[in-house]
Design a protein around this ligand. Structure first.
Ligand SMILES: [Zn+2]
Ligand SMILES: [Zn+2]
Length: 116
């Protein structure tokens, strides 16, 4: 048995600690505040990937049909991955990724960092 986090009922973001609520229209695959995701899928939604690294947004492109597409790079294995932005994604975060001023450390939940 594998342990996995179901994400159709919302989840707690591993990076910023936000409680991300579920979306009715599509399955939620990334945090709508810091935009980070976890590398858990081989194919979208299958949860078959053991990497579990943090997928960090590195680029946002605009697609005439699909809207904003976020390109992720896994901080652990380096694989890149595309995701569609959700309608309630934090737009200022999207802009930061577009302008290459995004810094994941600005979003990290400081309380989660263990003191030495
Ligand atoms: Zn987050
Ligand atoms: Zn990975």
């Amino acid at each position: 048995m594998k342990n996995f986090v179901k994400n159709d009922s919302g989840f707690i973001c591993a990076v910023c600690g936000k409680a991300v609520e579920k979306l009715n229209s599509t399955s939620r695959d990334h945090c709508n505040f810091c935009l980070c995701s976890l590398h858990v899928d081989v194919n979208p939604g299958d949860r078959q990937n053991d990497c579990k690294g943090v997928l960090v947004p590195i680029e946002v492109t605009q697609n005439a049909k699909k809207g904003y597409i976020i390109t992720y790079k896994c901080s652990k294995c380096g694989q890149t991955h595309n995701n569609k932005a959700a309608e309630d994604d934090n737009f200022s975060t999207i802009l930061k990724v577009m302008n290459k001023t995004y810094n994941i450390d600005d979003y990290r939940n400081k309380n989660e960092i263990h003191a030495k």
